[in-house]
Each structure stands twice: as structure tokens, then as C-alpha cells.
Design a protein around this ligand. Sequence first.
Ligand SMILES: C[S@@+](CC[C@H](N)C(=O)[O-])C[C@H]1O[C@@H](n2cnc3c(N)ncnc32)[C@H](O)[C@@H]1O
Length: 211
Amino acid sequence: MINLKLKTIASLIEKDDIVLDTCSDHAYLAIYLKENKLCKDVFASDINLNALNGAKRNIEKAHLEIKTYLSDGFKNISNDNIDTVVIAGVGTSTVLDIIKGAPKNIQKYIISSNNNHEYLRKALYEQGLFIQKEEVVFEKGKYYVIMLVTKTYQKENKLSLKYGKSNNKDYYLSLLKKEQDVLDKVPKSKLLLKFSHKKNIKSLKRIIQRM
Ligand SMILES: C[S@@+](CC[C@H](N)C(=O)[O-])C[C@H]1O[C@@H](n2cnc3c(N)ncnc32)[C@H](O)[C@@H]1O
């Protein structure tokens, strides 16, 4: 079943895109894209055979034809037509491994990493991949950060790399609360650590005030 995170990812895909959903698991995103004719073509892949078999069953049930690949990232995929890649529901190190093995002609990535967003933003920037837009959605008690990434240059600064570019005020408020919680726990003696959390709180307050 398509959830808010996958729907938001789908909203960043365009009619002309030829999409590979890596890490597709159940293939709900690919099915949604195909059923609603939201892109030119879509493929689904996963590293895990059970996941891929589940995907195949779901595709069959939906009476659709979607080519699937059993593959760690791009390792078993030779399809030159793909220009848009979705990498969602895995950690930042997997995201970066998949990008490292991707063909050079990929124009667009839609990424939703489970962790280390600041590190991911910096790593993308350093390899000439720029975040055009960030969406943050809240689902089942959790925030999901979704990044639209292309090769078109975008300026970044310390704050945008650290906290992203979404306009979700509640997300920033939740980060502010996290920083405050950490600050409350830092022992008085750890002055430097205290200072860095105070700095983060100040930065976040500035972002929120501007919204
Ligand atoms: C939590 S599911 C994510 C499903 C969906 N993309 C989402 O965001 O809701 C993660 C999936 O990623 C797959 N996966 C993990 N590492 C992978 C890799 N290197 N290449 C392809 N798939 C991978 C797992 O087998 C699993 O099915």
C-alpha cells in the first residue's frame, strides 16, 4: 500500500522520467507510478530475493508488467534507458554505495535515507550532486527526509547542509527539541559540547523564525 513517504517521492517524478526504484522491497512505488501513468517507464530492483519475489507477486496481482532485477544497487542492472533513480528506506552508506555504482547518465536521484542526513548532503555536494528540493513528511511517529537531487548546481551553506532545505516547521521544531534534550543532558564540565548544542539551538531558532 502506498504511504505518504512513497506518494511524496512519486510527486517528484515527471512524466518523461524512466525510473529505477532500487531497494523497492514490495514494489508499491513502482506499481503506483505505473498504475497512475506518472512516468514514461519504471523498473524495480532489490538485493533480497524474498523481497523481490514479494514485489513480483504484487505486480502480478495488480495486473501490471514491471521488469524487476535482483541486484545490489546497479551491480546486475544493464539498462541504459534509466535516467531517474529512487533510493529510499536504507541508510546513508547504502545510498552512497548505490550512487557510486550508478551509470554516469543518471540525471536525477530521489533519496530518502534513514539516517545521517548532514553527512549525506555533504557527500552529495562533494561529488557534484545538488539538492534541488527537500520534503519532510511525518508518518507513524517518524519524520522522513526526501531529497530531489540533480547535477544542476545549488549553493549550500553550513545551515542548509546541517538541517536541509525543507519548509516543514514541525520538523525543525522537533530538531530543536532534540538539541534541547541533548543540551539538558550534557554535564556542566563538558563545556565545548554544551557550546556546540547551544549554537545548534540558536541556528534552528533562526531558521524557524524565518518561516
Ligand atoms: C525498508 S525497505 C524500503 C522499501 C521502500 N523503498 C520504502 O522506502 O518504503 C529497504 C529495502 O532495501 C533493500 N536493500 C538494502 N540494501 C540494498 C542494496 N544495496 N541494493 C538494493 N536493495 C537493497 C532491502 O532488501 C529492503 O527490501
